[in-house]
Design a protein around this ligand. Structure first.
Ligand code: AMP
Length: 191
């Protein structure tokens, strides 16, 4: 089994690159952002709860997020591994993920952090907002809050896996192909 975390600030290209890695390594892609958007679109109780946080650029509480992730993982008993995109975003989420994987004698092989400067991220998200239909991509104040939340809460997750010698940084600027080549090399060297 191969379990990878694709890490990085909002707008760093995690979703795009995850789709490439999924094809290459035959993994199941789990994006907690996509899962929340699906719930919101269907007006489920989970979606309605998540919306209160997502619309402000805040994190959805850990208990809700971890429960949703567990649920999704149990739907894929056939998986040869997972690529986690946008999860974990807090230390309790990282600990829960490690524990969950340990229950089936698995672990995270590596965390790969896409590095992109703040101003570039803001430009990318605003241009994505023109077509993504995501309210949280349209308002620069919300985008800046998402970046602050990343710095204040999520960056610790990099250190958590770095302490286990499992974290690496990938230059997230360039063409999609250039970035996916860098990632592919880094992932291949890890597994
Ligand atoms: P994303 O598509 O990954 O940028 O996520 C969009 C929004 O969903 C985030 O700004 C958060 O509000 C919420 N979200 C996604 N993943 C998580 C997570 N792991 N923990 C808490 N909130 C999350």
């Amino acid at each position: 089994m191969i379990n990878l975390i694709l890490f990085g600030p909002p707008g760093s290209g995690k979703g795009t690159q995850a789709s490439k890695l999924v094809e290459e390594f035959n993994l199941v892609h789990i994006s907690t952002g996509d899962l929340f958007r699906f719930e919101m679109k269907n007006d489920t109780p989970l979606g309605l709860e998540a919306k209160q946080y997502i619309s402000k650029g805040e994190l959805v509480p850990d208990s809700v997020t971890i429960g949703m992730l567990k649920n999704k993982m149990t739907k894929h008993p056939e998986a040869k591994g997972f690529i986690f995109d946008g999860f974990p975003r807090t230390i309790p989420q990282a600990e829960a993920l490690d524990q969950l994987l340990a229950e089936t004698d698995q672990s995270i092989n590596g965390l790969f952090a896409l590095q992109v400067e703040d101003e570039e991220i803001i430009k990318r998200i605003l241009s994505r907002g023109a077509t993504s239909g995501r309210a949280d991509d349209l308002d620069e104040t919300i985008i800046r809050n998402r970046i602050s939340v990343y710095k204040d809460n999520t960056l610790d997750v990099y250190d958590y896996y770095a302490a286990k010698k499992k974290a690496s940084t990938i230059e997230g600027v360039g063409s999609i192909e250039q970035i996916s080549n860098r990632l592919r090399k880094a992932v291949s060297a890890t597994i």
